[in-house]
Design a protein around this ligand. Structure first.
Ligand code: NI
Length: 360
């Protein structure tokens, strides 16, 4: 590493740790945004704050702009998780933690801004540094697109990345096509008629109906999806009743649907609803099925992936540029990739020798 590189690396660690101290949740990232904006203004970039409430956008104009802008994105928010004590740079805010690594993403994008500012005379495309709020389930990317971040800056390509501790440090992992899953959630309320557990014939048992529905859901993936396509149906919450000998009025199932293809996504939505509604009906109960649409799938552009691979290989070597399997986690960078070609890349962050193995 050159001395300039070593200096920048030290600053990156400093920015990351500073951001790690004060994590903020989606659309509340005011201090985080202020810090990022201050660094970007220090680079003499034109900076807009308050985009989609707390987002920050900085523009690095090219010497001659020919092909539309390239957008580079980092995410601002932390998670509602209590960090274990012990680190000098550990979270100072109770119940909040940068547990997903977005602090690292911000530091990296600030570093990229500094490096690219140093190359500004050679750029033939504007570069847009996009610090988006609310990645953790809030759809901040969608909100920024709706406020015009792509249109206003004539963005032609978009790139994002995620630190990924299941992948070994030193590797850069990227694949063409479907990379991360579309995510929908549902809540199904199965209503029967409560009664005494000793007199089931006088009641309509929503627990038995919901239990059959839960088992039936497993067949949606097994029977309604092409075996060459990937899909997940998981129920993470099943609540009913409060006493051993009382049949309750209702049971509530909450679950998540994951897929990589819009056709499969629709098959899961339709299949889950049908199985739960009709199984409830078979038991004389009713089902109120509510779908909460989530992020679409992250689908990488093949040419953009090739560019990432080429540049990644120059940094870590060919052997450390890996093509991962698609993964069923979700990421709202998907919204950018629905509008413009680009790529979402994983930076390996796992280090078993140092005990760094926690997922994300
Ligand atoms: Ni994340």
């Amino acid at each position: 590493m050159t001395s300039v590189g070593a200096e920048l690396a030290e600053r990156l660690v400093g920015w990351r740790r500073h951001l790690h101290l004060r994590p903020e949740l989606g659309f509340e990232e005011t201090e985080t945004a202020a810090f990022v904006a201050e660094q970007l203004r220090g680079l003499k970039l034109s900076v807009t704050t308050g985009v989609a409430r707390t987002g920050v956008v900085a523009v690095l104009p090219a010497a001659r702009e020919e092909r539309g802008a390239v957008l580079l994105r980092a995410d601002l928010d932390g998670l509602p998780i209590q960090e274990k004590a012990g680190r000098t740079y550990g979270s100072k805010i109770p119940g909040r933690m940068h547990a997903c690594g977005h602090d690292g993403h911000m530091a990296m994008l600030l570093g990229a801004a500094e490096l690219l500012v140093g190359q500004r005379g050679r750029l033939d495309r504007n570069v847009i540094f996009c610090f988006q709020p609310g990645e953790e389930g809030f759809g901040g990317a969608k909100a920024m697109i709706e406020e015009g971040v792509l249109r206003d800056h004539r963005v032609a390509e978009a790139y994002g990345l995620h630190l990924w501790s299941p992948f070994p440090v030193g590797t850069i992992q990227v694949r063409p096509g479907p990379t991360m899953a579309a995510q929908d959630e549902f809540e199904a309320t199965i209503r029967g008629r409560g009664g005494h557990g000793a007199q089931p014939h006088a009641a309509i048992d929503p627990i038995v109906a919901a239990a059959h529905g839960l088992v039936g859901l497993q067949a949606v993936v097994a029977r309604a999806v092409d075996p060459m396509d990937a899909a997940v149906v998981s129920v993470g919450s099943f609540h009913a009743g409060s006493a051993a000998n009382v049949i309750p009025d209702e049971a509530v199932l909450r679950g998540t649907l994951r897929s990589f293809d819009e056709g499969v996504r629709e098959a899961l939505r339709v299949g889950a609803r049908r199985v739960l509604e009709e199984t409830a009906a078979a038991h004389g109960a009713t089902c109120d099925f509510v779908l909460f649409p989530g992020y679409p799938a992250v689908v990488n552009d093949a040419a953009a992936v090739e560019r990432v691979r080429k540049h990644a290989a120059a940094v870590v070597g060919d052997a450390k540029v890996v093509e991962p399997k698609p993964m069923a986690a979700a990421e709202d960078f998907a919204y950018f990739l629905r509008e413009v070609p680009g790529a979402f890349t994983f930076i390996g962050a796992g280090n078993t020798a140092r005990g760094i193995t926690a997922p994300r």
